[in-house]
Design a protein around this ligand. Structure first.
Ligand SMILES: Nc1ncnc2c1ncn2[C@@H]1O[C@H](COP(=O)(O)OP(=O)(O)OP(=O)(O)O)[C@@H](O)[C@H]1O
Ligand SMILES: [Mg+2]
Length: 294
């Protein structure tokens, strides 16, 4: 039996059930169990969607919820993870992947309600992240406070006169959490995550956390041609950003959502090089925040 410990602390086991290869994802943590249940619910709901014929999620085959923790079982997806895919693919195949990603975000957008910017939810989220940052021993007090101060100043200065689309999203739409089949023509999503605001903007932010800030490649376990990867990420980032900029809400709120997303991953960072990288990304995003207003 193959066992893998994910970055989220979950355990992934490759098993055989009724002659089929399946993956069991589990946690023994009570608090993470609640999140993993929401993940299974989101994944199961998405697996039933029929609007997007080339994008899917593995169905949840079974769930166990008890004293031993929470787990769910899904079919094994025999595709290429997103980082490996972009490493090996031609421009045409990368364009095919981007068409899928844009169709996904557009579809989530089509189903949204438009709501006022949730300032109080933001403020609460920042308090939670601030508390978590204090527990990360890899961060000095000054670094944590500096990063928090920057995001608070962006929030304070934000004229939240633009409505935000709220509805559904994947929640952690990174290259590591997607598998591609048929050279980019089919996309299979895994590792859904509940988000503090369920908005497709969160998916735009997570995509650019990879294309602009190289997140998934930092955690990639295989060999990577970093030069080729960086060139591909720049190509994808320009195309995604151009597409997203047609939306006023994106130009208004992308910088602050990106800042919060980076702070959140910073609070969980377990490597000094990753802490260093995210602090640079925070600084970069903060410095360039006004470019979206034009
Ligand atoms: N159904 C599946 N079929 C094939 N591979 C899977 C499946 N589920 C998970 N994996 C593999 O296991 C890895 C970790 O799974 P997942 O993303 O759900 O957990 P995680 O806690 O985020 O772990 P990590 O931080 O390592 O990504 C995935 O990136 C993927 O390569
Ligand atoms: Mg993952």
């Amino acid at each position: 039996m193959f066992v893998h410990q994910g970055h989220s602390g979950c355990r992934l086991e490759l098993l055989t059930a009724d002659g089929q290869s399946v993956v069991r994802k589990s946690t023994q943590s009570v608090s993470y169990g609640t999140r993993l249940r929401r993940q299974a619910d989101k994944q199961e709901a998405f697996s039933h969607q029929t609007r997007l014929s080339t994008i899917s999620a593995p169905p949840v085959l079974s769930i166990e919820d008890g004293n031993g923790g929470f787990s769910f079982v899904m079919p094994f997806v025999a595709g290429l993870d997103g980082v490996t895919f972009v490493q090996r693919s031609s421009r045409g195949e990368i364009n095919a992947l981007m068409r899928q990603l844009l169709a996904l975000v557009d579809d989530y957008l089509d189903q949204c309600d438009w709501q006022a910017f949730p300032r109080e939810t933001f403020e609460q989220k920042l308090i939670d992240i601030g508390d978590k940052l204090k527990t990360n021993m890899l961060l000095s007090k000054g670094q944590a406070q500096g990063a928090m101060r920057e995001v608070q100043s962006v929030l304070a200065a934000l004229a939240s006169d633009e409505k935000l689309p709220v509805g559904h999203c994947h929640g952690d739409l990174t290259l590591a959490n997607m598998h591609t089949l048929l050279m980019g023509d089919q996309l299979v999503l895994i590792d859904f995550l509940d988000s503090f605001v369920e908005t497709p903007l969160q998916d735009m932010v997570k995509l650019r956390q990879d294309t602009r800030y190289m997140w998934s490649s930092l955690l990639y376990r295989g060999q990577l041609d970093r030069v080729r990867h960086t060139i591909t990420m720049r190509y994808m980032d320009a195309a995604l950003d151009t597409h997203f900029r047609q939306h006023n809400f994106y130009r208004k709120y992308y910088p602050i959502f990106q800042q919060v997303s980076l702070l959140r991953v910073l609070s969980y960072a377990t490597r000094a090089d990753i802490v260093h990288h995210i602090l640079n990304c925070l600084e970069h995003n903060f410095t360039h925040r006004t470019e979206y207003e034009r």
